[in-house]
Design a protein around this ligand. Structure first.
Ligand SMILES: *Cc1c(COP(=O)(O)O)cnc(C)c1O
Length: 384
């Protein structure tokens, strides 16, 4: 790595005024303290309380969907989103091979089978054209179901994921879903505050999932939410995530095997405070993108990934794309050794032990991109 890279690392540390710059840190101030203190002073810290309802209402308003159901993490949100979308055991689910393992795990919890498809280098997410070409190759529509001719299983849903906050081509995907009788379930865990043609990600799917883990654009400590425009699905999601208890003043009546997935009030309080700052976070993220764009100017063989056409990205994680001669691991080693925390993109799902033997399409873009991506520090810079 040459002196230009030494200067690059130095400038990042100066920008953040730190000798070691983490990849992504939560940003808090007095608002979080005020709401969390309120929970502690009133004793409403656990599974019931006003902040949960308030957080759900504010999330629905922010994302433009009818209903949001808060749960304890994004993986639980995905699990329930797939469940209420109608996914059953032994059915296949199309998803990108280039994602965090939670997407595949959520399908597996239902006994469903992930079926990995390739991503687009334009969006870093599911490629609608490649998906349709793969469907034509392996699928057959019988009645109103898509069948995988090779495995005999029903293919039920498509789960796109908006990588690092950058929306996939949602309209094109919706068309593929309609044509082949597939439910669209968005893994919007990384894309709170990201829009496709002016409409919030997570509002295109039949059901979608958000995450508020500690490294996400806003955090509740741990948390997630299910989004949908369908009241019936939302009510069922709420019911099944709260032990399927039938409301009653004192009776313990549960009408099916539910989950204890609810978000505690104290976490929802944190979420309410964080959500108020979203506009400011987004502004800061976009300023950071402009800062990095200038900073990488002198570097060769690398570019900054920018939001795809027709989208407004939350730029959750800033992304370097190495074009050619630079070895990814050399860049990662250099930056991490020089006080700038950086990470590769996840290992593709079909390379992981639990998912190595599953149905998959040609994954050449996934494998190419895997060796070209380096995420660099992305915490919004100013005190907000
Ligand atoms: C963060 C994340 C999730 C959910 O993660 P939790 O840690 O369970 O909240 C799911 N999918 C993707 C792509 C994610 O980045």
């Amino acid at each position: 790595m040459n002196t230009k890279w030494v200067e690059f690392a130095k400038q990042i540390k100066e920008h953040y005024k730190k000798d070691f710059v983490p990849l992504h840190e939560p940003t808090f101030n007095t608002k979080e303290l005020e709401y969390v203190t309120d929970c502690i002073e009133t004793g409403w810290v656990s599974s019931v309380g006003a902040y949960v309802t308030r957080f759900e209402e504010e999330l629905a308003r922010f994302t433009g969907v009818k209903r949001a159901v808060a749960v304890m993490n994004g993986t639980a949100a995905l699990h329930i989103a797939l469940m209420v979308a109608g996914v059953q055991a032994n059915e296949e689910i199309f998803m990108p091979a280039l994602t965090f393992i939670a997407t595949a795990n959520a399908a597996s919890y239902l006994g469903a089978v992930p079926h990995f498809v390739d991503v687009s280098e334009k969006t870093l997410g599911l490629d609608p054209q490649k998906l349709e070409a793969h469907i034509i190759k392996i699928g057959e529509v019988i009645g109103n179901q898509l069948i995988n001719k090779e495995t005999g299983r029903v293919i039920r849903a498509v789960v796109p994921m908006h990588t690092f906050g950058h929306p996939v081509e949602l309209e094109e995907l919706q068309l593929v879903c309609e044509k082949y009788h597939l439910a669209l379930v968005e893994d919007a865990a990384e894309s709170l505050g990201s829009y496709y043609k002016g409409k919030h990600t997570g509002s295109f799917g039949k059901v979608s999932a958000l995450s508020f883990n500690g490294n996400k654009i806003i955090t509740t400590g741990g948390g997630g939410a299910i989004l949908t425009d369908d009241d019936e699905l939302a009510n069922y999601a709420k019911h099944i995530t709260t032990t399927a208890k039938v409301p009653h003043l004192w009776e313990f009546d549960h009408d099916e095997i539910g989950f204890n997935y609810r978000l505690p009030n104290i976490n929802a309080a944190l979420g309410c405070a964080q959500l108020e700052k979203m506009p400011e976070f987004i502004d800061q993220k976009r300023l950071l993108t402009a800062f990095y764009e200038e900073l990488i100017g002198p570097l060769e063989g690398v570019r900054l990934f920018k939001e795809p056409e027709h989208t407004t990205s939350n730029y959750w994680l800033q992304t370097l794309i190495l074009d050619g001669h630079l070895e990814r691991d050399e860049v990662l080693t250099f930056l991490n050794e020089n006080g700038v925390m950086s990470r590769p993109i996840w290992s593709p799902m079909h390379k992981l032990k639990p998912y190595a033997q599953l149905p998959k399409a040609d994954l050449s873009a996934t494998e190419r991109l895997n060796q070209k991506i380096v995420n660099i520090p992305s915490t919004p810079i100013r005190e907000v």
